[in-house]
Design a protein around this ligand. Structure first.
Ligand SMILES: [Zn+2]
Ligand SMILES: [Zn+2]
Length: 265
C-alpha cells in the first residue's frame, strides 16, 4: 500500500515536472529569454542566471582584493585573514563578515539602482543568482539557518511596490533551501535616505530604527542578513544590533554591491 502511494506520488511528480518543463519550453519559444539588463537574446545555459556574458562579467566586477571582514575593496596588502582593513578597524561592526557580489561602480551600480524598483525585479533575481554562483562557498561556510532581508518602512514599500533586498533574500532562501522571514525584522520608524547623508548622519539616522517582531524565530539562529548595497555599514550594523539583542547567535551580511569607504581621520 505504501509502495503504491509512493509510486502514484512519483508518477504525479513526473507529470507535474514534465508539464512545467513543457510550459517553460513553450514560453521560451513564444518569449525567448533575454538579458535582464541589456535585453539581448540569451544564447546558452551559461546565461541561465538571466544575464548575458557581457553584462555578467561587467556587473560581477569584484576582481580587486577586498577586506575579508568588511568587504571593503582595498589595495592594502597588509589586510590578512583574521584582521580588518583600516576602515573596519575604525568602525567595528557587530556582524561577522560581508559577502558581496560586486564593487558599487559602473554597470554594477546602475544594475543595483534598477533592482530597487518593481520593473527591475527580474534583474534583481538574476543578481541574486549571480551572487550565489560567485559566493556560495562563503555563504555555506557561515552555515546560516535563517535568511532575513533589511526591511523597508511600510509606507515606502507601499509607494515603491517592492523591496529589492527582500527579493534577493527570497531568491537565496529558495535556492539554498534555508528558511526566510520578511517579518522577523521590521523598520519601526521612517528614516531619511542614507544615500543623502554624511557618514555620521547615517549612523544617527539608523539609530534604533529596527525592531524584532518574532524573537522566537531569531533566537539562537545564525542569520544571513541581506541588503542591496552596503556603503558605511550603518544600516546593517543597526539591524545586526537588533537581531543580536533578540538572541540571534551570529549575523553575516550578504549584499549585491559594496561601495568603497574612505578611512576618515
Ligand atoms: Zn546583457
Ligand atoms: Zn575592513
Amino acid at each position: 500500500m505504501v509502495e503504491l502511494s509512493h509510486t502514484l506520488r512519483h508518477f504525479k511528480n513526473s507529470i507535474g515536472n514534465g508539464w512545467l518543463r513543457l510550459r517553460q519550453t513553450g514560453l521560451d519559444l513564444l518569449l525567448p529569454p533575454v538579458c535582464t539588463f541589456c535585453h539581448v537574446d540569451l544564447q546558452d545555459d551559461h546565461e541561465s542566471v538571466g544575464l548575458c556574458h557581457n553584462c555578467r562579467s561587467e556587473i560581477c566586477n569584484l576582481d580587486e582584493s577586498v577586506c575579508l571582514y568588511c568587504g571593503n575593496p582595498t589595495s592594502d596588502a597588509s589586510v590578512k585573514e583574521g584582521s580588518g582593513c583600516p576602515y573596519c578597524l575604525g568602525n567595528p561592526f557587530l556582524f561577522r563578515c560581508i559577502i558581496a557580489l560586486a564593487a558599487y561602480n559602473g554597470k554594477a551600480r546602475t544594475a543595483v539602482l534598477q533592482s530597487k524598483y518593481l520593473d527591475g525585479q527580474p534583474l534583481t533575481m538574476a543578481l541574486a543568482r549571480c551572487l550565489l554562483a560567485a559566493r556560495q562557498n562563503e555563504i555555506d561556510a557561515f552555515l546560516p539557518d535563517l535568511i532575513v532581508p533589511i526591511p523597508m518602512h511600510w509606507t515606502r514599500r507601499l509607494k515603491r511596490g517592492t523591496n529589492g533586498p527582500e527579493t534577493v533574500a527570497h531568491c537565496l532562501a529558495g535556492k539554498l533551501k534555508i528558511p526566510f522571514s520578511r517579518r522577523a525584522l521590521v523598520q519601526r520608524r521612517k528614516t531619511a535616505r542614507q544615500s543623502e547623508l554624511s557618514q555620521n548622519a547615517r549612523q544617527r539616522n539608523m539609530c534604533d530604527a529596527f525592531g524584532i517582531t518574532k524573537e522566537r524565530m531569531v533566537y539562537q539562529k545564525r542569520i544571513l542578513l541581506v541588503d542591496d548595497v552596503l556603503t558605511t555599514g550603518a544600516t546593517c550594523n543597526e539591524a545586526t544590533k537588533s537581531l543580536l539583542a533578540a538572541g540571534a547567535a551570529q549575523v553575516a551580511v550578504a549584499v549585491l554591491a559594496r561601495a568603497a569607504c574612505e578611512v576618515s581621520g
